[in-house]
Design a protein around this ligand. Structure first.
Ligand code: FAD
Length: 603
C-alpha cells in the first residue's frame, strides 16, 4: 500500500540551505549559514533542540579541551556564544533553560525557519543532486517539503544516506583497511552503543528506593563495568549525572533496535540505582531519582563516506590538512561494543587511546563526492570508527557544524556546490576565523584598516590584538593584558570610514564551562559568567582632535563583540570599564571592519 500524502496538508519551502537534525552540529550549521546570508530551514524531529545535549538526553558537551583539562582549547564561535548565554541565564543548571536558549537562538534568527517535531522521511534526487526533502510534522500532521540548493545531514543517524542511496559505513573497519592499529583485525558491523541516564537529587532526609519488579538486580559491584584504569567510582557526587556505561546497542543495530534497547537500558539503569541505594554503601541515603531518560542517546550508527575518510592516523599526525576547517582533541574513547555487558567478558567498557589536542579536521570529510549538494556534520561525518571515537564529542561536532554552515553560505553566494568550495578554502577559513572559530595553525588576516593604523594602549603591549591568533598558544598569550580603566586605540593617517569594531575578549578559555547537573568533577564548571569577562566597555571615535563617545556596552557576557559604527573617523578607542569581578582581563583581538584606505576596500 502506498503512502497517500494528499490526505494531509503539504507546505512547500524554498531556501538556499536545508539542515536535517537540530543537535549541536545542526544548530551550528543552520545559525552559521543564516548569519552569513543564506536562507535556511532547520528540520528537527524533536520538540527541543540540542540532540544528546538537550534536556531529553543531558549529555555534557566536551571537546578538544577535555572538559578544561587542556587549557585554551575550548571551541569558540557559535558554541561559545551559546555556552556563555547559558552561564548568564542558567545559574541553576536547568536543562529546560538550556533548551530555551537553543530554541530562542534558532527560532528568532533572521533567515532561518525552524521546523520542530518534523521528521525527515523522504528525499528526491534528480541526477546527482537532491532537489527536495520532505518531513512529517507530528504536531500539525503537515508534510513539509523543502527545496534547497544545498542540504546538510546533521541527523546523527545519517537519514539522507538511505534516502538518497548514498554510500555509508556502519561498523568497524579492519585494521588493514586504513592501517589503524586500534581497529579490529577483521571488519565487523559492531558500533559504540547507546545509553539511558538516570539522575538523582539530594534531599534533607533519607529517601528509600523501591525498584520496579522488572529492573535488573546487581548484588555486587563486580557485575558493573570498569575501564582500563579500573572500576568506576560510584560516588556521592556523580548521582546527579547518570552513568554512561549503562550502554547497549553496539552488538545490535544501533538504529533499528533502539526501542527494544531502551527497555533493556531502563532495566539496567534502574538496577544500577537499586544497587547504589539498596546493595552497597555509597553515601546515597538522601538521594532520590528525579529524572529518567526515555530517549536513548546514541554514539554511533551510519557514517557517510565523503571526499576524505578521517582516520586514526590523521588524528595522531595532528591533521595538518591544507583544508582544515574544524578541529578536535578528545582521546579515541573507543567503547566496547558489548557496552554494559563487557564486564561479563572481563573487558573494559572503553579504552582511551591517546590523541594530540588539537588535531585538524579537513573540509573534505564534510561533503559528499557522490551527491553534489550534500554536506554532513556531527557524528555522521566521514570518518572511520576509530577516528569517530574521538570526533563524536559535541564540541568537535559544533566546530564541524559551523564549518558546514559557513561553507554552504559561501557556496550559495559564489554559485558553486560544496565541492567547489575546495577551491576557496582560504576564504572559508578566514570567514570562520572572522566569526571567532579557532583553526589550529591558521592565522586570521588582519583587516587592512587595522594593520595600517597606529595602535596604542594606556599600558601593556597592545600588538597581540592584531597578530591573527586569538587565544593563548604555547607560551604566548596572544593578548593585550588589561584591567578596568585601561584603553586601547587605533588612529588613522587620515579620516577613514569604519563600519564596525570587533573585539574578542577574555572568557576564561582555560576553564570548563560545560552545562551539566550536580555531578562529579563537573561541579568545577561554574554556572556563572567568568569573572574575567569584560562587562562594560566604552567605544569612542576620534574626530577633529576630540574623542567622542560612540557606544557604551553594558552587561556584556560574550567573548565575541561586534559593534557597528558606520562613520568617518580619525581613530577608535576602546576602554575596558568593568569586568564580572576580576582585577585583570585580556583582549585577544581588536580590529575594525569596513573603511576605504588608500584605494583598497578592507573587510
Ligand atoms: C551516553 C553518552 C555520553 C556521551 N558523552 C559525551 C560527553 O561527555 N561529551 C560529548 O561532547 N559527547 C558525548 N557523547 C557523544 C555525543 O553526545 C554525540 O556524538 C553527539 O551528540 C553527536 O552530535 P550530533 O549533532 O551529530 O547528533 P545528535 O546529538 O544525535 O543530534 C542529531 C539530532 O538529529 C535529530 N534527527 C535524527 N533523525 C532525524 C530526522 N529524520 N529528521 C529530523 N531530525 C532528525 C535527532 O533527534 C537528534 O536530536 C556521548 C554520547 C552518549 C550516547
Amino acid at each position: 500500500m502506498s503512502m497517500d500524502r494528499t490526505a494531509f496538508r503539504q507546505v512547500h519551502h524554498e531556501v538556499d540551505f536545508c539542515v536535517i537534525g537540530g543537535g549541536i552540529a545542526g544548530i551550528c550549521a543552520a545559525l552559521a549559514a543564516a548569519r552569513r546570508g543564506a536562507r535556511v530551514v532547520l528540520m528537527h524531529d524533536r520538540p527541543v533542540l540540542g540532540g544528546n545535549a538537550s534536556s531529553e538526553c543531558r549529555v555534557p558537551i566536551c571537546g578538544a579541551d577535555r572538559a578544561g583539562q587542556i587549557p585554551y582549547l575550548r571551541e569558540t564561535g557559535i558554541l561559545e556564544e551559546l555556552r556563555l548565554d547559558n552561564l548568564r541565564r542558567n545559574p541553576h543548571r536547568e536543562y529546560s533553560i538550556w533548551d530555551l536558549i537553543l530554541y530562542e537562538k534558532t527560532q528568532y534568527q533572521p533567515n532561518l525557519t525552524l521546523l520542530l517535531n518534523c521528521s525527515c522521511l523522504d528525499a528526491e534526487v534528480v541526477g546527482d543532486a537532491i532537489t527536495t526533502v520532505t518531513g512529517w510534522q507530528l504536531t500539525t500532521q503537515i508534510y513539509h517539503a523543502v527545496t534547497a540548493k544545498i542540504f546538510a545531514d546533521c541527523s546523527g543517524d545519517a537519514v539522507l544516506a538511505p534516502l538518497t542511496g548514498h554510500p555509508f559505513r556502519m561498523g568497524r573497519e579492519a585494521r588493514d583497511e586504513y592501517r589503524e592499529s586500534i581497529a579490529p583485525e577483521v571488519a565487523d558491523d559492531r558500533t559504540m552503543g547507546m545509553t539511558c541516564f538516570v539522575q538523582a537529587r539530594e534531599h534533607d532526609s533519607p529517601q528509600p528506593f523501591e525498584p520496579p519488579a522488572w529492573a535488573y538486580r546487581y548484588e555486587s559491584v563486580e557485575q558493573l563495568p570498569f575501564d582500563q584504569h579500573g572500576r568506576y567510582e560510584i560516588a556521592h557526587r556523580a548521582f546527579g549525572l547518570g552513568y554512561w556505561w549503562v550502554e547497549l546497542g553496539g552488538e545490535q543495530h544501533s538504529i533499528h533496535d533502539t526501542e527494544v534497547l531502551r527497555e533493556e537500558l531502563l532495566r539496567i539503569a534502574l538496577g544500577v540505582w537499586d544497587h547504589i541505594k539498596n546493595r552497597g554503601d555509597y553515601g546515597a541515603d538522601n538521594w532520590a531519582l528525579e529524572w529518567i531518560q526515555f530517549l536513548p542517546a546514541k554514539r554511533e550508527s551510519r557514517r557517510y563516506i565523503g571526499a576524505h575518510v578521517l582516520t586514526q592516523n590523521d588524528l595522531e599526525s595532528e591533521g595538518r590538512f591544507q583544508d582544515v576547517v574544524a578541529y578536535g582533541g578528545w582521546t579515541m574513547d573507543d567503547h566496547h561494543p558489548a557496552g554494559f555487558n563487557a564486564a561479563k567478558l572481563g573487558a573494559p567498557a572503553t579504552i582511551y587511546h591517546p590523541t594530540p589536542s588539537p588535531y585538524g579536521i579537513p573540509y573534505r570529510c564534510l561533503y559528499s563526492h557522490e551527491v553534489k549538494n550534500l554536506m554532513f556534520a556531527g557524528r555522521c561525518h566521514s570518518a572511520t570508527h576509530s577516528a569517530l571515537s574521538s570526533t563524536r564529542v559535541m564540541g568537535t561536532c559544533a566546530s564541524m557544524g559551523q564549518a558546514v554552515g559557513t561553507a554552504a553560505a559561501l557556496a550559495v553566494a559564489r554559485g558553486v556546490g560544496p565541492a567547489g568550495i575546495l577551491h576557496h578554502i582560504p576564504a572559508l577559513q578566514q570567514t570562520l576565523l572572522a566569526d571567532d572559530c579557532y583553526l589550529p595553525w591558521v592565522k586570521q588576516q588582519t583587516p587592512r584598516l587595522t594593520s595600517e593604523a597606529d595602535l596604542s594602549a594606556s599600558g601593556g603591549e597592545p600588538e597581540p590584538v592584531r597578530d591573527g591568533v586569538n587565544r593563548p598558544v604555547g607560551e604566548d598569550t596572544h593578548a593585550w593584558p588589561c584591567k578596568p580603566g585601561d584603553w586601547i586605540a587605533y588612529t588613522f593617517a587620515r579620516e577613514t570610514p569604519a563600519e564596525s569594531v570587533v573585539l574578542l575578549l577574555d572568557s576564561a578559555l582555560e576553564k570548563d564551562i560545560a552545562l551539566s547537573l550536580y555531578g562529579g568533577h563537573r561541579n568545577q564548571a561554574e554556572p556563572r559568567v567568568p569573572e574575567v569577562v569584560p562587562r562594560s566597555l566604552r567605544i569612542e571615535g576620534l574626530s577633529r582632535g576630540n574623542w567622542q563617545l560612540l557606544h557604551g556596552v553594558e552587561n556584556n557576557h560574550q567573548r565575541f563583540v561586534r559593534i557597528p559604527i558606520n562613520r568617518r573617523l580619525d581613530g577608535v578607542r576602546v576602554t575596558i570599564e568593568e569586568t564580572w569581578g576580576a582585577d585583570t582581563s585580556r583582549v585577544y583581538a581588536f580590529y575594525l571592519t569596513g573603511g576605504h584606505l588608500g584605494g583598497h576596500t578592507t573587510q
